[in-house]
Ligand binder design. Structure first.
Ligand SMILES: [Zn+2]
Length: 432
């Protein structure tokens, strides 16, 4: 070995030790207002101390350690990074097309690689909009969502923390009605079709093997008419819980919800039509609801896209039953986690479009502090991850700053000026 090589080698061997000996960077954030997601209130003049990727202390006028990097957000409201509980990053529906066309084009023409790349751009738009965590629920090809998650995790591209389900487990036909015999193999490009109890168990094992974080099932496969059997769903829940995976069920009708509850699922998506007795059962079973509602602004955009002639008043009247069920769910004490189900191209980037769901809850009459809790604390409960959704000692340093007071007007959430994920600043447009 020549001398220079030996020198280089010794330097490389010593370098990791030097890195390890360094303590992580300490940051101190001055927050003019801070949203306490546990109590649903705003605190003033708070200081958040961060070491590496973790919050080490939060309190009023805390002493700032010598050498800490100070980030002055005293003119803003600081919140935990927002959590989206129901996304479809690898899918885009133009808003005026048959669903079957959208899915079959995605599978047969767009393909998993292009879907993942486009999904990465949508993931970035979520991060810029203040979402530091996103739960992605299928329509993502054959585990292309897992690939996207890994690429973000390893730092190959910017994006929120992803929790991904892989293809949803569905009954015959998935959500793709109308294909001719011989063409239905396209459906397995986006759904895992379940044929019996043993197949249901096998599907969960496949998903575990490919690295999903949770299992998504379709209790009913709307717009298709078919249901998973209760026995199939029970087998899925039992098998998933064996691997500590949660199971959440697409269920749009009261019957579909009741069947999913009978099978023991952990969460219900949509829940558009639901009776009070079913809500009581959900509450008894500690099942979280993700109400994927559209606000008036997005509804108007879709109406325009479809060239329908509906007045603003007619749109509001159509929303009334959904608002009613949301308030009944809240009254029943059910935990609401914010999820948009946004997969349409309606002239907004995906992140800001997804955020409209919070405005939909407010339009229904959910108090603004509870709307913010739905997108922070309750999302963390849904993911069973106490390090998310709160600004407290031991939590991950995922936080955002907005201009204005979101408890006075939710429009403050449209003005995200600062985003930090795992202690790293990923967006800053802070004025001094
Ligand atoms: Zn969905």
């Amino acid at each position: 070995m020549n001398h220079r090589l030996r020198f280089l080698l010794s330097w490389f061997l010593a370098f990791p030790l030097l890195i390890r000996a360094q303590s992580p960077e300490v940051k101190a954030i001055k927050a003019g207002r801070l949203f306490d997601s546990e109590r649903g209130i705003l605190l003033t003049n708070q200081v958040i101390l961060i070491s590496g990727n973790t919050i080490t202390a939060v309190g009023q006028n805390l002493a700032i350690p010598r050498g800490a990097t100070v980030i002055d957000l005293s003119q803003y409201t600081v919140l935990p990074g927002l959590i989206e509980a129901h996304s479809h990053l690898l899918m885009e529906h133009p808003g005026d097309e048959d669903n079957t066309l959208t899915v079959t084009k995605a599978v047969a023409i767009e393909g998993d690689a292009l879907r993942a790349l486009r999904g990465a751009a949508r993931a970035k738009s979520y991060l810029d909009a203040g979402f530091t965590t996103v739960r992605d629920l299928g329509n993502s090809g054959r585990f292309a969502d897992v690939a996207l998650k890994r690429a973000i995790e390893e730092g190959s591209m910017p994006g929120p923390r992803l929790y991904v389900s892989g293809p949803g487990l569905a009954s015959e036909g998935g959500q793709v009605p109308g294909l001719t015999p011989g063409q239905t193999q396209l459906i397995v490009g986006d759904y895992r079709i379940i044929r019996g109890v043993e197949d249901a168990r096998l599907a969960v094992r496949e998903h575990v093997y490919y690295g999903v974080d949770l299992i998504k099932i379709y209790s009913n496969s709307s717009p298709n008419k078919t249901y998973l059997s209760v026995a199939e769903m029970q087998a899925i829940v039992e098998e998933a819980h064996l691997y500590q995976l949660k199971v959440t069920a697409h269920a749009t009708t009261d019957l579909a919800i009741r069947r999913a509850l009978q099978a023991g699922v952990d969460g219900i998506e949509h829940g558009y039509v639901v009776s009070d007795s079913t809500l009581r059962r959900m509450h008894r079973q500690n099942v979280i609801l993700v109400p994927t509602d559209m606000d008036f602004q997005l509804a108007q955009r879709q109406v325009d896209k479809l060239r329908m002639s509906l007045s603003g008043e007619q749109i509001r009247n159509l929303a009334k039953p959904y608002h009613d069920r949301l308030l009944r769910a809240r009254q029943a004490g059910i935990i609401l986690a914010a999820g948009s189900d946004m997969y349409m191209g309606l002239g907004l980037a995906r992140g800001p479009a997804a955020k409209r769901v919070l405005f939909a809850y407010a339009e229904a009459g959910v108090p603004l502090n509870e709307v913010l809790q739905a997108a922070t604390r309750n999302g963390a409960l849904l993911l069973a991850e106490p390090r998310l959704g709160r600004l407290q000692t031991g939590a991950w340093a995922d936080l955002i700053a907005v201009q204005g007071n979101p408890l006075e007007s939710l429009s403050a959430l449209e003005r995200v000026v600062f985003v930090m994920k795992a202690g790293t600043v990923v967006k800053s447009a802070v004025s001094r």
